[in-house]
Design a protein around this ligand. Sequence first.
Ligand code: PLP
Length: 416
Amino acid sequence: MITVIPEIKRKFQLDEIRNDFPILKRLVNGKPLVYLDNAATSQKPQAVIDALTQYYTFDNANIHRGLYFLSELATEQYESSRLKVKEFINAMSVSEIVFVRGATEAVNLVASSLSNTRHFNEGDEVIISNMEHHSNIVPWQFICEKNKLSLKVIPINDAGELDMAAFKKMLNEKTKLVSVVHISNSLGTVNPVKEIIEIAHSKSVPVLIDGAQAVPHYKIDVQDLDADFYVFSGHKVFGPTGIGILYGKTEFLEMMPPYQGGGDMIRTVSFEETTYDDIPRKFEAGTPNIAGGIGLGAAIDYLNQFSRNDLIEHENLLLQYGTEQLLSIDGLKIIGTAKNKASVISFVIEGIHPYDIGTIIDTDGIAIRTGHHCTQPIMKRFNLPATARASFAFYNTVEEIDKLVDGIYKVKKMFA
Ligand SMILES: Cc1ncc(COP(=O)(O)O)c(C=O)c1O
């Protein structure tokens, strides 16, 4: 008889968790750092920093090519990270995991490569939404121009939710791809991506999901979603910068030509003809970000210690508390009030420019984002030049939200 031993997860202890992130102990302008810009990038646990140090201190060598000890060790670590990513997002196969620089490069890879296939013909349409990050707009504009396609945009309502009826109407025989964000970085809206994929698939249209903001918060299962492509960045999920993931279903990756040429992506090269390696290596030309890949693996190991539900529960508490506290401030308006939201709160205050809010509270060590958040079309939709945005991770505390609120009162006083 086989006995299944239940996996024991680390208990959610906020103080202990904060101890894992050395930067959270630093002072900024003489005050303890209050880091509320997690949608831009997340902080790194010591385990990730140690993995990078270990690699550069003891294990540094180029991968895939050397037959000596260090090269094999580095290759083994890099490829084991790929396996960790595969399991982390529940891909069917490790060959569906392509290492890239980040979500931006992943979208560019798919757009550029598909534009060199017969997938798109003149007059075809690509659907995105009004709440996309520029990285899920501009690459499609490039190929729309090149392949003479049209870009269609799903509108949103005043709460910042997708107009699903409009989306359904938009789909037609010319639609060749839908590319939408899972969680909006400027509104916090969690989009019904499973439903979007189901609807698009009913018309045989493949779907790319920009998961840059979703992977740090939720357990992602690409098979359950049935996403054709899913992209995210390592630095937003507590890993290093300069590394990210393109997940693609085998049938698409096999059909797509390489994105860049060079070493490592080939099988044979002669001046007459070059043959390419299998997926995913076909898409990974040149020496990759080896340390970044290993660091991302360490970030996944770190997250896997916890029950993701415990992390989500704490973030939901921060979202609820933060929303209530901010709304209690006279003249403050939250932009993005979708029913289903992640821990991102964008806001404006009557008569005060968001840049002033950000700059003044920075003097108290509080870091929030101000600006258009690389989503200019959504700012235009709400007729705003910019918002202030607080975005929380599982290591944030309600006391930090209180400090943000105190900081905003200070700003209001200065502008009174
Ligand atoms: C929703 C979304 N998509 C894509 C990106 C681009 O990520 P990166 O700059 O890491 O490539 C971001 C970054 O903020 C984002 O929030």
